[in-house]
Design a protein around this ligand. Structure first.
Ligand code: SF4
Length: 382
């Protein structure tokens, strides 16, 4: 406890790191009232030598000037009456047993829930969610996410014990950033238990069940010996690690950093899986470059071995949109804001059926083919 306290004291010393005067300190005080700052002792130590990590975790006065929204991507929230069970897509659902994180990323698109003590699911709610998932014929995968459920293994294992027994579920993913925030939690016992949910059926491969972890590294500075050691423990037990990177202005929005990051991941057996455009959440404007800048980086990655190329996506409220080398963005100006309009893969009818909503998300439309035309607030490269 004493150790934890002294680490928190040190984090307080960093609170005004990005303030250059009293006025900016006041802005930070206001920002953290809505969106508190938090980091683990391990991260605080890493921050000493990494501007890339500091920018992701320390509050900035720039967060007070924002055009982002508090909840840019929460359409799946009302798809079920069961708290913590969400659905936006045909073949997979989200389960969020624990809604807090050991450290708060300033650009988190769920910050209005993660940073505000939203209650975790009760065991009864997890039971009800599993029961509902078992009846979803088209669903074959579950992503257990949060928050970061690795800090509540009691709830995680409770859910996994039940999910792995469902006849319709074959692909289970666990989303976590703990390889960066607290890699020391990965004891042999924890890794063995996680690996126990992999069920490969060599006689009948169609019945095999996989457990993968969606990890989250954004910069080469984050791939520390401790992180790689814990990642190796998981991988050596057969757990697939797939990395989701958020494209962040001034942190990794350049070809050199991205190439280095994805090469390092690959040579340490972590698959570069997604490069996500930073969502337009409140307080993240200064960390958001344009979607086009991400396409330019993606195009350059495509000149390298295909093994280091992740999917590049941005996400209007109605779901992810994949970019390719030949993507041409439809950019518009609306009240001074840069907007991207895009025809999405899902039709309006299917989206409303899956999310159990009566209307499309704000500013989204339906075209003559019945497909959703998404609305996405772009970043800028100033
Ligand atoms: S680890 Fe993920 S859920 Fe937690 S604060 Fe960061 S982005 Fe949000």
């Amino acid at each position: 406890m004493a150790k934890e306290k002294s680490a928190l004291d040190k984090f307080d010393e960093y609170k005004y790191y990005y303030a250059t005067n009293r006025e900016q300190q006041t802005l930070i005080d206001k920002v953290v009232l809505d969106y508190p700052a938090k980091a683990t002792p391990y991260l605080i130590n890493l921050m000493k030598n990494s501007e890339a990590i500091r920018k992701q975790y320390l509050p900035s006065p720039l967060e007070s000037k924002t055009v982002g929204s508090a909840q840019p991507f929460e359409e799946g929230k009302h798809s079920s009456k069961i708290y913590g069970l969400e659905r936006v897509y045909r073949d997979r659902v989200l389960l969020t047993p624990h809604f807090d994180c050991p450290a708060y990323c300033r650009f988190c698109y769920k910050k209005s829930r993660v940073m505000r003590n939203h209650p975790e699911m009760t065991f009864e709610q997890i039971d009800a969610a599993i029961e509902e998932i078992s009846k979803m014929d088209e669903v074959r995968g579950v992503l257990i996410t949060g928050g970061d459920v690795l800090v509540n293994t009691k709830k995680l294992f409770y859910a996994l014990d039940r999910l792995v027994k469902l006849d319709n579920i074959f692909e289970i993913r666990v989303g976590t950033r703990t390889l960066l925030t607290c890699p020391q939690i990965y004891t042999d016992k924890l890794c063995d238990r996680l690996a126990s949910y992999i069920k490969v059926d060599v006689k009948n491969p169609a019945k095999s069940k996989s457990l993968a972890m969606n990890v989250h590294f954004n910069h080469p500075d984050e791939l520390t010996p401790e992180a790689i050691q814990s990642a190796s423990k998981l991988i050596s037990r057969g757990i697939l690690l797939r990395n989701q990177t958020v494209l962040l202005k001034g942190i990794n929005d350049d070809i050199k950093t991205m190439k280095k990051l994805f090469s390092l991941l690959l040579r340490n057996r972590i698959i570069p899986y997604y490069m996500n455009h930073c969502m337009p959440v409140e307080g993240s404007d200064h960390l958001r470059c344009s979607v086009q800048k991400g396409i330019d980086i993606y195009k350059n990655l495509c000149t390298e071995s295909s093994t280091i190329i992740p999917h590049y996506v941005y996400a209007p409220s109605a779901g992810k949109v994949h970019c390719g080398v030949d993507t041409v963005l439809r950019c518009e100006k609306e009240d001074g804001l840069s907007i991207i309009r895009t025809e999405m893969e899902y039709t309006k009818d299917e989206f409303l059926k899956l999310t159990k909503k009566k209307t499309l998300p704000p500013k989204h439309e339906c075209n003559e083919k019945g497909h959703i035309v998404g609305w996405y607030l772009d970043g800028n490269d100033d």
